[in-house]
Design a protein around this ligand. Structure first.
Ligand code: ZN
Length: 236
Protein backbone atom coordinates (compact mmCIF):
# COMPACT_ATOMS: atom_id res chain seq x y z
CA UNK A 1 0.00 0.00 0.00
CA UNK A 2 1.47 3.34 -1.06
CA UNK A 3 2.03 5.67 1.79
CA UNK A 4 0.53 9.09 1.51
CA UNK A 5 2.86 12.07 1.45
CA UNK A 6 0.09 14.48 2.24
CA UNK A 7 1.01 16.58 5.18
CA UNK A 8 -1.54 17.45 7.76
CA UNK A 9 -1.42 20.96 9.09
CA UNK A 10 -2.71 21.64 12.55
CA UNK A 11 -4.10 24.95 13.67
CA UNK A 12 -2.41 26.04 16.83
CA UNK A 13 -4.72 27.44 19.44
CA UNK A 14 -2.47 30.50 19.59
CA UNK A 15 -3.46 31.26 15.94
CA UNK A 16 -6.97 32.12 17.13
CA UNK A 17 -5.73 34.73 19.52
CA UNK A 18 -3.52 36.61 17.08
CA UNK A 19 -6.26 38.99 16.01
CA UNK A 20 -8.03 40.67 18.88
CA UNK A 21 -11.17 38.65 19.63
CA UNK A 22 -14.31 40.64 19.21
CA UNK A 23 -17.34 40.00 21.38
CA UNK A 24 -19.64 37.71 19.45
CA UNK A 25 -23.25 38.60 19.09
CA UNK A 26 -26.49 36.68 19.45
CA UNK A 27 -29.51 35.87 17.31
CA UNK A 28 -32.95 35.49 18.90
CA UNK A 29 -35.99 34.59 16.81
CA UNK A 30 -39.62 35.16 17.73
CA UNK A 31 -42.19 33.48 15.44
CA UNK A 32 -45.89 32.68 15.50
CA UNK A 33 -49.14 33.51 13.69
CA UNK A 34 -50.57 37.00 13.40
CA UNK A 35 -51.90 38.54 16.63
CA UNK A 36 -49.61 36.37 18.77
CA UNK A 37 -47.80 39.37 20.30
CA UNK A 38 -44.55 39.01 18.31
CA UNK A 39 -44.04 42.75 17.88
CA UNK A 40 -44.99 43.39 21.53
CA UNK A 41 -42.42 40.83 22.66
CA UNK A 42 -39.76 42.30 20.33
CA UNK A 43 -40.46 45.84 21.55
CA UNK A 44 -40.35 44.75 25.19
CA UNK A 45 -36.93 43.14 24.70
CA UNK A 46 -35.46 46.04 22.71
CA UNK A 47 -36.85 48.62 25.16
CA UNK A 48 -35.40 46.80 28.14
CA UNK A 49 -31.97 46.68 26.42
CA UNK A 50 -32.24 50.45 25.81
CA UNK A 51 -33.19 51.03 29.45
CA UNK A 52 -30.04 49.12 30.44
CA UNK A 53 -27.94 51.65 28.53
CA UNK A 54 -27.36 49.67 25.33
CA UNK A 55 -27.50 51.30 21.92
CA UNK A 56 -30.47 49.91 20.04
CA UNK A 57 -31.97 50.27 16.58
CA UNK A 58 -35.21 48.89 15.19
CA UNK A 59 -35.79 47.98 11.56
CA UNK A 60 -39.01 47.08 9.80
CA UNK A 61 -39.94 46.48 6.19
CA UNK A 62 -40.99 49.53 4.19
CA UNK A 63 -43.70 47.29 2.68
CA UNK A 64 -45.61 47.42 5.94
CA UNK A 65 -47.24 50.83 6.34
CA UNK A 66 -50.27 49.68 8.34
CA UNK A 67 -49.69 51.81 11.44
CA UNK A 68 -46.79 54.21 10.78
CA UNK A 69 -43.79 54.46 8.49
CA UNK A 70 -41.29 55.73 11.05
CA UNK A 71 -42.12 53.53 14.02
CA UNK A 72 -42.87 49.94 14.92
CA UNK A 73 -46.32 49.72 16.49
CA UNK A 74 -47.73 46.58 18.05
CA UNK A 75 -51.42 45.63 17.72
CA UNK A 76 -51.88 46.82 21.31
CA UNK A 77 -50.48 50.27 20.53
CA UNK A 78 -46.89 50.13 21.90
CA UNK A 79 -44.61 52.32 19.73
CA UNK A 80 -40.88 52.55 19.01
CA UNK A 81 -39.03 54.63 16.37
CA UNK A 82 -37.63 52.56 13.51
CA UNK A 83 -35.94 52.47 10.15
CA UNK A 84 -38.37 51.38 7.43
CA UNK A 85 -36.21 49.78 4.74
CA UNK A 86 -36.76 47.73 1.56
CA UNK A 87 -33.83 45.44 2.49
CA UNK A 88 -31.43 44.89 5.37
CA UNK A 89 -28.20 45.25 3.40
CA UNK A 90 -28.79 49.00 3.07
CA UNK A 91 -29.11 49.50 6.84
CA UNK A 92 -25.42 49.90 7.70
CA UNK A 93 -24.80 52.61 5.08
CA UNK A 94 -28.00 54.47 5.96
CA UNK A 95 -27.43 54.26 9.72
CA UNK A 96 -23.83 55.44 9.32
CA UNK A 97 -20.61 53.51 9.86
CA UNK A 98 -19.73 55.16 13.20
CA UNK A 99 -23.23 54.76 14.61
CA UNK A 100 -23.30 51.12 13.46
CA UNK A 101 -20.02 50.44 15.28
CA UNK A 102 -21.55 51.69 18.54
CA UNK A 103 -24.75 49.72 18.11
CA UNK A 104 -25.36 46.83 20.54
CA UNK A 105 -28.84 45.57 19.68
CA UNK A 106 -30.77 45.42 16.38
CA UNK A 107 -34.47 44.56 16.37
CA UNK A 108 -36.08 43.41 13.13
CA UNK A 109 -39.89 43.33 12.82
CA UNK A 110 -41.97 41.62 10.10
CA UNK A 111 -38.78 39.77 9.13
CA UNK A 112 -40.59 37.59 6.56
CA UNK A 113 -40.39 40.53 4.14
CA UNK A 114 -36.57 40.62 4.09
CA UNK A 115 -34.94 38.30 1.54
CA UNK A 116 -31.42 39.08 2.84
CA UNK A 117 -32.26 38.16 6.45
CA UNK A 118 -29.83 35.22 6.66
CA UNK A 119 -26.78 37.13 5.44
CA UNK A 120 -27.59 40.15 7.58
CA UNK A 121 -28.04 38.17 10.82
CA UNK A 122 -24.98 36.05 10.14
CA UNK A 123 -22.73 39.05 9.62
CA UNK A 124 -24.22 41.22 12.37
CA UNK A 125 -23.93 38.50 15.05
CA UNK A 126 -20.81 36.58 13.94
CA UNK A 127 -18.58 39.41 12.68
CA UNK A 128 -19.96 42.60 14.17
CA UNK A 129 -20.88 41.36 17.66
CA UNK A 130 -24.48 42.59 17.58
CA UNK A 131 -27.44 41.11 19.41
CA UNK A 132 -30.09 40.64 16.73
CA UNK A 133 -33.69 40.06 17.80
CA UNK A 134 -35.95 39.02 14.95
CA UNK A 135 -39.76 38.81 14.92
CA UNK A 136 -41.76 37.45 12.01
CA UNK A 137 -44.30 35.01 10.66
CA UNK A 138 -43.01 31.46 10.35
CA UNK A 139 -45.82 30.49 7.97
CA UNK A 140 -48.20 32.15 5.52
CA UNK A 141 -51.99 31.71 5.41
CA UNK A 142 -51.51 28.31 3.74
CA UNK A 143 -49.04 27.30 6.50
CA UNK A 144 -46.13 27.33 4.07
CA UNK A 145 -42.69 28.66 4.91
CA UNK A 146 -42.90 32.48 4.66
CA UNK A 147 -39.83 34.37 3.44
CA UNK A 148 -36.48 33.68 5.11
CA UNK A 149 -37.54 33.53 8.77
CA UNK A 150 -37.11 29.75 9.05
CA UNK A 151 -33.75 29.93 7.27
CA UNK A 152 -32.20 31.71 10.25
CA UNK A 153 -33.22 29.06 12.83
CA UNK A 154 -29.81 27.34 12.48
CA UNK A 155 -28.16 30.70 13.30
CA UNK A 156 -30.26 31.32 16.38
CA UNK A 157 -29.34 31.23 20.07
CA UNK A 158 -33.02 31.02 20.98
CA UNK A 159 -36.30 30.47 19.12
CA UNK A 160 -39.66 31.38 20.66
CA UNK A 161 -42.94 30.36 19.04
CA UNK A 162 -45.79 32.45 20.38
CA UNK A 163 -49.48 31.59 20.03
CA UNK A 164 -52.58 33.73 19.70
CA UNK A 165 -56.20 33.00 20.71
CA UNK A 166 -58.46 31.37 18.14
CA UNK A 167 -61.01 33.95 16.97
CA UNK A 168 -63.68 31.25 16.78
CA UNK A 169 -63.27 29.24 20.00
CA UNK A 170 -60.69 31.02 22.18
CA UNK A 171 -58.28 28.07 22.27
CA UNK A 172 -54.59 28.51 21.47
CA UNK A 173 -54.12 29.57 17.85
CA UNK A 174 -51.07 28.49 15.87
CA UNK A 175 -52.12 29.53 12.38
CA UNK A 176 -53.18 32.60 10.41
CA UNK A 177 -56.45 32.33 8.50
CA UNK A 178 -57.07 34.62 5.53
CA UNK A 179 -60.68 35.75 5.40
CA UNK A 180 -60.60 37.02 1.82
CA UNK A 181 -60.33 35.26 -1.54
CA UNK A 182 -56.98 36.82 -2.59
CA UNK A 183 -54.29 34.24 -3.22
CA UNK A 184 -50.99 36.17 -3.35
CA UNK A 185 -48.60 35.29 -0.49
CA UNK A 186 -47.85 38.89 0.47
CA UNK A 187 -51.14 40.58 1.24
CA UNK A 188 -50.64 43.12 4.00
CA UNK A 189 -53.61 43.56 6.27
CA UNK A 190 -54.87 43.43 9.84
CA UNK A 191 -57.95 41.97 11.47
CA UNK A 192 -59.97 42.90 8.35
CA UNK A 193 -58.05 40.29 6.34
CA UNK A 194 -56.62 37.83 8.86
CA UNK A 195 -57.56 36.01 12.03
CA UNK A 196 -55.69 33.60 14.27
CA UNK A 197 -57.18 30.11 14.44
CA UNK A 198 -56.58 26.81 16.23
CA UNK A 199 -55.84 23.63 14.28
CA UNK A 200 -59.49 22.45 14.41
CA UNK A 201 -60.83 25.68 12.91
CA UNK A 202 -58.01 25.93 10.39
CA UNK A 203 -58.68 22.43 9.06
CA UNK A 204 -62.47 22.86 9.11
CA UNK A 205 -62.20 26.26 7.46
CA UNK A 206 -60.10 24.70 4.71
CA UNK A 207 -62.72 21.98 4.18
CA UNK A 208 -65.48 24.64 4.02
CA UNK A 209 -63.40 26.65 1.51
CA UNK A 210 -62.76 23.57 -0.66
CA UNK A 211 -66.46 22.64 -0.58
CA UNK A 212 -67.45 26.22 -1.41
CA UNK A 213 -64.98 26.29 -4.30
CA UNK A 214 -66.20 22.99 -5.80
CA UNK A 215 -69.86 24.13 -5.46
CA UNK A 216 -68.99 27.41 -7.23
CA UNK A 217 -67.07 25.54 -9.92
CA UNK A 218 -69.93 23.08 -10.55
CA UNK A 219 -72.43 26.00 -10.69
CA UNK A 220 -70.21 27.75 -13.24
CA UNK A 221 -69.97 24.49 -15.21
CA UNK A 222 -73.78 24.16 -15.28
CA UNK A 223 -74.08 27.82 -16.38
CA UNK A 224 -71.52 27.25 -19.16
CA UNK A 225 -73.30 24.10 -20.32
CA UNK A 226 -76.68 25.94 -20.38
CA UNK A 227 -75.07 28.75 -22.34
CA UNK A 228 -73.60 26.27 -24.82
CA UNK A 229 -76.98 24.56 -25.18
CA UNK A 230 -78.68 27.92 -25.79
CA UNK A 231 -76.01 28.89 -28.31
CA UNK A 232 -76.37 25.56 -30.07
CA UNK A 233 -80.19 25.66 -30.14
CA UNK A 234 -81.60 26.08 -33.68
CA UNK A 235 -83.21 29.41 -34.45
CA UNK A 236 -86.92 28.92 -35.24
ZN1 ZN B 1 -60.68 27.34 17.28
Amino acid sequence: MASSNKSISFIRTSDFSQSAPRATGEVHVIVGPMFAGKTTSLLRRVKSEAENGRNVAMIKSSKDTRYATDSVVSHDGIKFPCWALPDLSSFRAKYGEDSYEKLDVIGIDEAQFFDDLYDFCCKAADNDGKIVIVAGLDGDYLRRNFGSVLHIIPLADTVTKLTARCDLCGKRAFFTWRKTQETQTELIGGADVYMPVCRFHYVNGQIAMETGRSVRESRNKVKTECFLLEAAAPVV
